[in-house]
Every structure is written in structure tokens, then in C-alpha cells.
Ligand binder design. Structure first.
Ligand SMILES: [Fe+2]
Ligand SMILES: [Fe+2]
Length: 289
């Protein structure tokens, strides 16, 4: 019979670090099977508003996560965080390759510097990544269902989203491990602290929800922009797809590991509310087709 692993223990650390390190995928973005796109797909790809924001986020993440790894004393955690740093750098390289290959117009990025409070920056980034990835998984599935792009494009991005899933699972386990190690061993206090960080990330997300279609470059990709990929998208369909997509990405992880729970819980709540108070309002469409 399997013995339950204790959160914050050495076994916990071994598990979340090892499962992260052992699932590394070796590839070079430039060597992936990039397809030649037909004019319609090419135009659609160029119209997606978030390429600059995504490139900036990944570039900043690469620099910040790699710098944070340098400050860590625990060799195993250091190795895992350093790997995440390399993966974020690789995401930036992949996006840069895509932008150049398909001639997507993106204004130059600002100079990227290492934040002063590096652990706080990594923690804020981690909570933010939990929220962003949750929506990215759902958006990706919506776009795939709507065949917004040829399947060959989705095949290139699928492993990238799996990498983000690995990052957020690593992160929630790391942050819990750290809080327990620092003496935050009361469940309620840990949850409260996590909620505070999520609150910060949520604030950014809510501001993003208020963004309009004309503020395209430099704005985070928002749920309302899901209308890019599918006409007549209902809120119900949106939350359901996010929930299912998240479950699918998360089911591959060891059951003993923690997973980000806030967004799945909020989505379930939203779905219950939508069942109780049905509305015909679709998620606002940014542009038709
Ligand atoms: Fe990334
Ligand atoms: Fe990431």
C-alpha cells in the first residue's frame, strides 16, 4: 500500500523536482515542422493580437527565472528552476522564430532587466502563470475545435502548453514546500497567503478583461478575445472548455502532487451560476470570423 507523502517533506521536494526534470522535452524551436500557411491562415495568424505581449512575457520570464535559479542554494530545486528558465528562454525563441517566419508585425521590445526582489518576482510570476495558463489551455482548445489554424500549427504549440502545465504544477508545489519550510505550517495561513498572491494576479487579469479590441498591442490576451476563434461562443461553453482542457493537461501528473485549484473552482462556480441564471449572451466577439 502506498504511504501518503507529507507536503513540505524531503519526499515532496524530490517528487515535484524530479517529475519536473524527468519530463523535459528536448527540441530546438527552429527545427520544428513549421508549415507553409495558406493566405487565410496566414492572415488569421497575423491578426492574433497577443504576439508581442507573449514574446515580452516569455523573454522577461527567461531572464527572471534563470536569475532566480542562481540565488537558490538547494541543488535539486536550483536545477529544476534553472531548467524552467531555459524553457522560458526557449518559448521566447520559438515565438521569435514564428514572428520572423510568418512576417508578423511586432514593435521592438524594451530592454529586459532582472527585478530587484527576485524571489517575490518569481512568486508573483508563478501565481500569474497559474491563471494565464488556465485560460491559455481553454483558448487553445477553442481555437483547435474551430479549426482556426491548420492542425500542424496546433501540433507545434501543444507541447509548449504542456510545458506551462509542468511549470505551474512545479510552482504550486514549490511555493507550498517553501511556505511549510518557512513555518507557514497551518493550512489556513498558507491558503490565505496563496489567496493574497492570487488576488494580485487576479487584479491584473480583471484589468485585462476590461481591455478593448482597439488596445491590441501590449495588452494581455483576455477571455473576451476568445471570440477571435469562435463565433457565438457562450460563457457556458467558454468555462466548460477551460475546465475540460485544464483537466486533460493536469491528469498526466502524479496524484500526490498539488495542482492549481483556484481557476477550476471558480469556473465550476461560474458554470453553476450560469445553470441557475441562464443567459443567451455570448462571450463578446472581438471580430467576426
Ligand atoms: Fe513560457
Ligand atoms: Fe512558464
Amino acid at each position: 500500500m502506498q504511504v501518503m507523502m507529507k507536503l513540505g517533506s524531503r519526499e515532496h521536494k524530490q517528487l515535484f523536482c524530479r517529475s519536473f526534470l524527468d519530463t523535459y522535452l528536448d527540441y530546438e524551436p527552429e527545427n520544428l515542422p513549421w508549415p507553409n500557411l495558406d493566405p487565410v491562415s496566414l492572415e488569421r495568424l497575423r491578426r492574433i493580437p497577443f504576439w508581442r505581449e507573449a514574446l515580452l512575457t516569455e523573454s522577461e520570464a527567461g531572464v527572471m527565472v534563470s536569475a532566480f535559479a542562481e540565488t537558490i542554494t538547494d541543488p535539486l530545486i536550483k536545477e529544476a528552476v534553472a531548467l524552467q528558465g531555459r524553457e522560458e528562454h526557449r518559448h521566447a525563441r520559438l515565438l521569435r522564430h514564428l514572428i520572423e517566419r510568418y512576417d508578423i508585425e511586432v514593435s521592438p521590445l524594451p530592454e529586459i532587466t532582472v527585478p530587484d526582489q527576485i524571489e517575490t518576482a518569481f512568486t508573483d510570476f508563478g501565481f500569474g502563470e497559474c491563471l494565464d495558463s488556465y485560460f491559455a489551455f481553454g483558448m487553445f482548445d477553442l481555437a483547435r475545435q474551430a479549426q482556426y489554424m491548420p492542425e500542424s500549427v496546433f501540433k507545434i504549440f501543444d507541447p509548449i502548453l504542456d510545458e506551462e502545465a509542468r511549470h505551474i504544477v512545479f510552482f504550486v508545489n514549490w511555493v507550498t514546500y517553501l511556505h511549510i519550510q518557512q513555518g507557514w505550517n497551518v493550512e489556513g495561513l498558507r491558503s490565505f497567503r496563496a489567496l493574497w498572491h492570487y488576488g494580485k494576479a487576479l487584479k491584473t487579469l480583471i484589468q485585462a478583461f476590461g481591455g478593448s479590441a482597439d488596445q491590441q498591442e501590449g495588452k494581455p490576451f483576455t477571455a473576451s478575445e476568445a471570440g477571435h476563434f469562435m463565433d457565438d461562443l457562450t460563457a457556458n461553453q467558454f468555462f466548460k472548455t477551460c475546465l475540460d482542457a485544464n483537466q486533460q493537461r493536469m491528469q498526466r501528473f502524479d496524484e500526490q502532487l498539488l495542482q492549481p485549484l483556484l481557476m477550476p473552482r471558480l469556473s465550476k462556480l461560474a458554470l453553476t451560476c450560469l445553470r441557475l441564471w441562464p443567459s443567451r449572451n455570448p462571450v463578446p466577439s472581438v471580430q467576426g470570423g
